[in-house]
Ligand binder design. Structure first.
Ligand SMILES: N[C@@H](CCC(=O)N[C@@H](CS)C(=O)NCC(=O)O)C(=O)O
Length: 223
C-alpha cells in the first residue's frame, strides 16, 4: 500500500459517487481513512468542507478538500502516478472526459427521472435512458473495457454504477432497461468489470442499497 499522506475520504458506502473514489484509491493501492457520513444528518465537517453543495464524496488531502467524484478521480491520477486511470494522450483524455460527462449528465439524469416518476413521465424517462444506453453500447462495441482491452480506467469507474447500482434502481423504481439481448456489450462489460478484485471487494451490500432506494422512492413517489 502506498502512503496517501494524510488522506481522508468523506462519503457513504451506498453512494455510487463515493464508490468511484474508493475504487480509484484501491486500484492504486493508496492508504486512506474513510469517514462514513450520515446524509440525513450531515456533519459540521462535511458542511465546512463542501459548503457549496454539501455533498459527498469529499477527499481531504493534507487538509485541503477536493470535491466532486470525477474531479477527485483526476486529482488522484495526477497525484499518484502508479496504475494510471487516464489515457496518456490528450485526444484520448478528452474522449474519456466527454463520455464521463455524458454518463452523468444524460444517462444518470434520465435514469434518475425514471426512478423518481410514474405514468407518462416515467415512460418518457425510460425512453431517454434506453437511448443513452444505446449510445454507450455503441462506444463499447469491440472493446472489453472502456479503458481498453487490458485494464479498467477512468471511464469504467465513472460508468461503474451501471454495472451494479442500476439493477436496484430498476427493481425499486419498477422498470427494466438493461438486458443482455438489447445491450450485449454492456452486459459483457458488466460481468468483466465486476470481476476486477478492487471493484468486486468494494461494493455495498444489496439489501443496504434496496433500503436506501426504497426510502428515496417512497419520499419521491408516495403511493
Ligand atoms: N456530482 C457529484 C454528485 C455527488 C452527490 O450527488 N452525492 C450525494 C450522495 S450519492 C450526496 O451527497 N447527496 C446529499 C444531498 O444531496 O444533500 C459527484 O460526482 O461527486
Amino acid at each position: 500500500m502506498a502512503a496517501g499522506g494524510n488522506l481522508k475520504l468523506l462519503g457513504t458506502r451506498h453512494s455510487m459517487f463515493t464508490q468511484r473514489v474508493v475504487w480509484a484509491l484501491k486500484l492504486k493501492g493508496i492508504e486512506y481513512e474513510f469517514i462514513e457520513e450520515d446524509l440525513v444528518n450531515k456533519s459540521s465537517l462535511l458542511i465546512a468542507l463542501n459548503p457549496v453543495h454539501k455533498k459527498v464524496p469529499i477527499l481531504v488531502h493534507g487538509g485541503k478538500p477536493i470535491i466532486d467524484s470525477k474531479i477527485i478521480l483526476e486529482y488522484i491520477d495526477e497525484t499518484w502516478k502508479e496504475r494510471p486511470l487516464f489515457p496518456q494522450h490528450s485526444p484520448e483524455r478528452a474522449y474519456v472526459r466527454f463520455w464521463a460527462a455524458f454518463i452523468d449528465d444524460k444517462l444518470m439524469e434520465a435514469s434518475k427521472k425514471a426512478f423518481a416518476s410514474t405514468g407518462d413521465d416515467q415512460v418518457k424517462a425510460i425512453e431517454l435512458t434506453v437511448e443513452a444506453l444505446q449510445l454507450l453500447e455503441e462506444e463499447l462495441r469491440g472493446k472489453k473495457f472502456f479503458g481498453g482491452d487490458q485494464e479498467i480506467g477512468f471511464l469504467d469507474i465513472v460508468a461503474g454504477w451501471i454495472a451494479y447500482w442500476l439493477q436496484f434502481i430498476e427493481e425499486i423504481g419498477g422498470f427494466k432497461v438493461m438486458d443482455s439481448t438489447r445491450f450485449p456489450c454492456l452486459d459483457l462489460w458488466t460481468k468483466n468489470f465486476l470481476q476486477v478484485p478492487s471493484i468486486e471487494q468494494n461494493l455495498p451490500p444489496p439489501d443496504e442499497l434496496r433500503n436506501v432506494f426504497s426510502a428515496i422512492r417512497m419520499a419521491m413517489c408516495p403511493k
